[in-house]
Design a protein around this ligand. Sequence first.
Ligand code: SAH
Length: 352
Amino acid sequence: MKKNLFGLTLTELERELAPLPKFRAKQIAAHIYKHGMKTFDAMNDLPKNLRGELAERYEIKIADIKKQLDSSDGLTTKFLLGLADGAAVEVVLMRHDYGNSVCISSQVGCQMGCKFCASTLKGLERNLTAAEMLGEIFFVNEFLGKVVDSVVIMGTGEPLMNYDALIKMLRLAHEDYCLGMSYRKITISTCGIVPAIKKLRDEKIPVTLSISLHAPDDKLRSALMPINSAFDLKSLLAAGNDYAQSTGRRVTYEYILLGGVNDTEEHARRLAKILSGQLANVNLIPFNPVDERTFSPPTNHAVKKFFHFLNTHGIGATIRKEMGADVNAACGQLRAKTLRQRITPLKNFSTS
Ligand code: SAH
């Protein structure tokens, strides 16, 4: 089998291609990452015999497209991408008025077990590699014919449970020879893996952190999100606050509004209380119905009331604009519908 060069850092390319001189690795990196080349044949500045030798040993491959769904308003496009081993991941392109944003997956499936989410229904199949995550971004760049303006790691999976590959991908995307992407244009969304949030703070890569909160007290949060039994609200809010203070970056707390479950004024009051004094804002997400889940969306009235309460009690809140509901853009819904393979759930929460 040929080795895939896509996703290697410059140092890894130099090592892989030794004893070729280092400038060759640089040329090849530019062809892969700047010019999007998929064959060696087109690399005109390499000697012809070298191109032939490279083609015998290596390939340059990102994912194959399996499905494309466009929302009726033309703003959202969802892709199902096929990976080398046959696994499939979802990627969503959102065309906002402030630029193009891509939402990528970090794992195939998810082991976190949140009760409202479709991505976790069949457990975790495997982690994505750094190359596969970077490939999701490149796929959309090639589709658009230009580099996306921002990246959110909010698709299927828990990014902080795939920590090393995530950090490798972020650093590579940031390199000038790759996408030269500013860390500020990247958002990581987590269900609250507290030790990994602390580790991320120390990486000195000022990405935006988004924490999926969804409940203002431990009892309700543990019922909705099993991870809360491992890392409770107090430790999560402390880690979020610490991240904000250390990086100077405002943390976003995501709050899904589930009709009749966590959407009353009393919940809003408790949420405002636990977030008071934090460098934070709240993004309210009206629940996106999932076939296999029994929750209901909130009423419009409840959403507006909740939003108003937070904003008049010192907590900046926004309501997530619903995008692409008609293309199953909510987490994991497309993949869940097309899933054929059997997946074995993993039980351990390891963060290293
Ligand atoms: N594991 C990470 C990222 C993936 S989930 C995390 O938990 O943040 C991305 C966001 O979508 C999370 O805030 C998640 O709670 C939310 N989400 C999941 N299912 C949803 C649904 N059916 N409707 C609305 N939001 C949902």
